[in-house]
Design a protein around this ligand. Structure first.
Ligand code: HEM
Length: 462
């Protein structure tokens, strides 16, 4: 732009050049899309996520790392977004969660980030390995019990979508019945209908406020109580925002990674054969999926604190950047990323660069090992108990979710040899939303949490 040009929207390079990538459909070839953008624009491309939302998509591996590591230049604070500062948008629940704002660690930089992330890190560190492992096995078993006799299931709706939500709910210190409401709320917060998403965000706030009040009265050995008693001394409202962050960040990506690993084992017969013969470890398969089909293809956002040049692209202060993990993993400058194979294996051997799926810099995921355990124990438990697992539809008929920044199945229908659910003294009733809806109302305390549960029960039964 020259000095004598007016600074209006049509001359803004981001607005003027943004390539629409919304509405491409679930079956769009994402690999081809990232490469087309890279060959046209280089390592940073202007793209349109909806008719009124243009962002810079970072495609290069090194550039993604640079953006995530340099928080003083690339802030996570959505309030610095140019559109917000200039009054063209509101930071409300109608924006996708990662572009919205809460007073949580995710949207803070520097010292404020350190203050807010400390209770999360310290609470997560207090979950013992044994407890994590036992809770994953028990929760997986509970879910498998509910469908194992039927000989068919949807491994997304019946398993992958519920496992992380029920587990997080346990770690928060609540009974499993509440986990179904939590799962429903987390999912609805991502609903493209802004009214539904906004309603779910409000209910989520109520859910966690009820939880904080309950745990203040009756502390336990759980994440909520440990965060309440942390030396940082957060207010109730700050506690609610950190709990919403933990719940939101922990659910969707873990579901999608678990789903994509199960899908790979079902559709890639070579990978499945190598896994069952012991030729390749499950961790290697997860690593392969993360490199080639990352469940989070791209993640918003960062906001430059000043005008910057990134990979020869001029980016104005406050113009939104989105990290392109999938594009970065396919960056041609990462020699050998996709063409070298371990001896005798169909899986790429990998290379010296780490994948970006956990992020980098101060906001890197604090729960990497927990997430990996949920996925690996969740897969192992399912394969130990369910035999002759087959896809229930031809691979081409599988429904993928529309969101371009996610690689996520809507459903994963399977068939298998039916097996009776064992008698379990701890789980006499196989919990499903319908049985949960009539569960334990007798001793329900009349707090906010219960009101949210009743709201969810009404939705589940409608
Ligand atoms: C496969 C599963 C997961 C993936 C791929 C994933 C990925 C990520 C990524 C990329 C970030 C960085 C966000 C950014 O830079 O803006 C992040 C942050 C975060 N994740 Fe995870 N995550 C996963 C599971 C979990 C789980 C299970 C939890 C909770 C128990 C969790 C809690 C968080 C939190 C609290 C943050 C914010 C950290 C901060 O802002 O400092 N994540 N995660």
């Amino acid at each position: 732009m020259t000095d004598d040009q007016p600074d209006t929207a049509p001359t803004c390079p981001l607005e003027a050049n943004a390539v629409p990538i919304h509405g491409s459909g679930p079956n769009v070839d994402r690999h081809a899309l990232w490469e087309q953008l890279r060959s046209r624009f280089g390592q940073v491309a202007p793209v349109r996520l909806s008719s009124d939302l243009a962002v810079w998509l970072v495609l290069g591996y090194e550039e993604n790392l640079e953006v995530m590591r340099d928080w003083s230049t690339y802030s996570r604070d959505t309030r610095l977004w140019k559109d917000i500062r200039e009054g063209r948008r509101q930071l409300n629940g109608e924006l996708r969660p990662t572009m919205s704002y809460r007073a949580s660690a995710l949207y803070a930089d520097g010292a404020e980030h350190a203050r807010l992330i400390a209770p999360i890190n310290d609470a997560l560190a207090r979950l013992s390995e044994t407890r994590i492992h036992d809770d994953i096995v028990e929760t997986s078993d509970l879910l498998i019990d509910a469908f194992c006799a039927a000989g068919r299931a949807d491994l997304i709706g019946d398993y992958a979508a519920l496992l992380p939500a029920l587990l997080m709910n346990r770690f928060f210190g609540l009974a499993d019945t509440y986990g179904y409401a939590l799962s429903h709320l987390s999912k609805t917060m991502w609903n493209p209908d802004p009214a539904l998403a906004s309603d779910a965000a409000t209910q989520m706030g109520n859910y966690f406020l009820g939880l904080v009040q309950r745990k203040k009265a009756e502390p336990g050995a759980d994440l909520t109580s440990w965060m309440i008693e942390h030396e940082t001394g957060m207010t109730d409202s700050e506690l609610v925002d950190q709990l919403i962050l933990l719940s939101g960040a922990g659910h969707e990506p873990t579901t999608n990674l678990l789903g994509n690993v199960l899908w790979t084992l079902l559709v890639d017969s070579e990978v499945a054969r190598e896994y069952s013969s012991g030729g390749v470890l499950l961790e290697e398969i997860i690593n392969h999926v993360v490199w080639t089909e990352p469940p989070v293809q791209a993640l918003a956002g960062r906001f430059p604190t000043r005008d910057v040049t990134l990979a020869h692209t001029r980016i104005g202060a406050g113009e939104p950047l989105v990290m392109g993990f999938a594009a970065a993993h396919a960056d041609p400058r990462l020699a050998g990323a996709s063409d070298s194979h371990a001896a005798g294996s169909s899986l790429p051997a990998g290379h010296n660069s780490a994948h970006l799926i956990w992020g980098a810099g101060e906001h890197r995921c604090p729960a990497r090992s927990l997430a990996m355990q949920i996925v690996s124990v969740g897969v192992n438990r399912l394969l130990d108990r369910i035999h002759n697992l087959q896809l229930g539809v031809p691979p081409a008929e599988l429904r993928w979710r529309e969101e371009i920044f996610m690689r996520a199945l809507a459903e994963l229908p399977v068939t298998f040899t039916p097996v009776a659910a064992p008698e379990r003294s701890r789980f006499p009733v196989a919990l499903t939303p319908s049985t949960a809806a009539s569960d334990d109302t007798a001793d329900e305390p009349s707090d906010l949490l219960s009101r949210v549960l009743r709201w969810w029960r009404a939705r589940a039964s409608s």
